[in-house]
Structures are given as structure tokens and as C-alpha cells.
Design a protein around this ligand. Structure first.
Ligand code: SAM
Length: 253
């Protein structure tokens, strides 16, 4: 089975679209947009592959809620920029009303073709991205830093004020070189008091290896928790088997 990295975003959207089928009181988030992105044979394959890990659905549900709450907390603390790296078909910009209410700006970064796909799927549904959101293309596996900084600044990004950086479901697809290159770049564009929130598979990054690298890039820890821990914060009952396979973290500068 061959799954393109860009197809994984459609698979994540598919999993998010199932949340609406749960009774209202059991949902971890509301995402009326996810179903728009969840179709296609390529997504079917990606869903099948990802859900071969039984805890994967809980991973997507919990990371979505964990990161929603981290973004809300950053907004409540006065942060007014959101930088979403590898945004895929995530629709926080449209679904978190607090972003518009607080007058925050959003910068969504992904591969050019993925951003174009997102824009055209939304357009076909009659939905335009709001004016406070800008889509900026980059390929993290290349020497992207100078070009991305320039394009973000041209789009209105201000590296002198704090930002909340969202790095959701992306680290698992990066090798060590790309991970460290991204961390160095994030540290350059994230002013003091910025926050970095991310999820990662333990199969790819051992926390004992990853966390010191994030500290070395200039971040201080707030929270690094296993899926099982985060399950206990949001859901009743015992965490599922495999609750140690994924982790969620917030770091700050
Ligand atoms: C698993 S999806 C997660 C999407 C989104 N963050 C979410 O949680 O819904 C991974 C995303 O990372 C993007 N991505 C992967 N490799 C990338 C690269 N080298 N440069 C830029 N984006 C990349 C993919 O295009 C895809 O949209």
C-alpha cells in the first residue's frame, strides 16, 4: 500500500469528521469542515494504514482537543499570532471563534500543492479563508528558512511579538535533520513568550532524545504528556491500550 504524505491529512480529516457522529456531550471538538476533506480512494488507503494502530483514532481526537485548548490558552494570555506548520486540512482557523474574536492573525504553512488543494476544496463548498488568515507555501525538507521567513513577513507576520506555533502530526514525517532545521528556524521567528505546541509518535522520537533538542533550541517546558495522561484529562474511564505510543507537548520561550 503506498500512501503519500499529503494523503495523511485527508485521513486525519476523515477521523475528525467522525466526531460529529458522536452524541454532543461526548464530542471533544466541533469540526463541521472536516467532512469536506475526507473523501477519495487515497484517503481510504491512508485511513486503513493509520487505523492499523487501534489507538490512532484517540490520538487524533485527543491531539485536536489538546491543541485547541493550547491555542485558546495562548489567545487568553494575549498572543495574537498563530503559525500552523504542516497545517494540512486542519480548519482551526475557521472553527475556533476565539481567533476572530481576539483579532488574531493566522499563518498556515504547508506544501504549495496541499495549500492549493485546501483552498479549492473550501472554495467548492463556497467557503473562503477569512482575511486574517494567510496561506504560505514551504517544503520543510529543503533549505526553506530564509524564503519562508521572507514570505511570512510579506504576509504580515511579526517576528518581534509572541506567536503560538502549532506543529501537529508533522514531526512523525520528519527525519532528524529536518526536525532540527525546523526547530532552529522556529526559535528564530518566535519571540520571547511564544509557545510551541506539538504531537509526536514515540516510535519516531523518544521523548528523552527529543525534549533536550527542543530545550537546546531555546524552549522551556510547560507540559509533555502521553496520550494516556491526556485521555485522563478529557475522557472518562481507563485509557486504551497503546496510550504510551503518542505524546503531546507545549513548550515556551
Ligand atoms: C498528517 S498531516 C497533518 C496535518 C494537520 N497538521 C492536521 O493535524 O490535521 C501532515 C501534513 O504535513 C505536511 N507536510 C509533510 N511534509 C512536509 C514538508 N516537507 N513540508 C511542508 N509540509 C509538509 C503534509 O502536506 C500534511 O498536510
Amino acid at each position: 500500500m503506498s500512501v503519500e504524505i499529503t494523503d495523511t491529512a485527508a485521513a486525519i480529516a476523515r477521523v475528525r469528521s467522525w466526531e460529529n457522529q458522536l452524541p454532543e456531550g461526548e464530542r471533544l471538538f466541533e469540526d463541521p469542515f472536516a467532512r469536506l476533506f475526507s473523501g477519495g480512494a487515497a484517503a481510504d488507503e491512508a485511513v486503513e494504514l493509520l487505523l492499523a494502530v487501534p489507538v490512532f483514532r484517540d490520538y487524533v481526537r485527543l491531539r485536536t482537543r489538546f491543541i485547541d485548548d493550547a491555542v485558546r490558552a495562548a489567545l487568553a494570555a494575549g498572543i495574537r499570532q498563530i503559525l500552523n506548520l504542516g497545517v494540512g486540512f486542519d480548519c482551526r482557523t475557521l472553527r475556533l471563534g476565539e481567533i476572530a474574536q481576539q483579532g488574531a492573525r493566522v499563518f498556515e504553512v504547508d506544501l504549495a500543492e496541499q495549500l492549493e488543494r485546501k483552498r479549492s476544496i473550501l472554495a467548492a463548498a463556497g467557503i473562503a479563508m477569512p482575511p486574517f488568515a494567510r496561506l504560505v507555501a514551504a517544503d520543510f525538507t529543503t533549505d526553506f528558512a530564509a524564503g519562508l521567513t521572507r514570505d511570512l513577513v510579506a504576509a504580515g507576520y511579526d517576528a518581534s511579538v509572541p506567536v503560538v506555533v502549532v506543529w501537529e502530526g508533522v514531526l512523525g514525517y520528519l527525519d532528524d535533520v529536518a526536525c532540527d532545521r525546523m526547530l532552529r528556524w522556529i526559535a528564530q521567528v518566535a519571540a520571547t513568550a511564544s509557545r510551541l505546541v506539538f504531537s509526536y509518535p514515540v516510535s519516531r522520537f523518544d521523548p528523552e532524545d527529543l525534549l533536550p533538542r527542543i530545550r537546546a533550541a531555546g524552549f522551556v517546558w510547560l507540559d509533555d504528556a502521553s496520550l494516556a495522561d491526556v485521555y485522563g484529562r478529557y475522557l472518562p474511564g481507563e485509557p486504551p491500550q497503546g496510550g504510551d505510543l503518542y505524546r503531546f507537548a507545549v513548550a515556551w520561550r
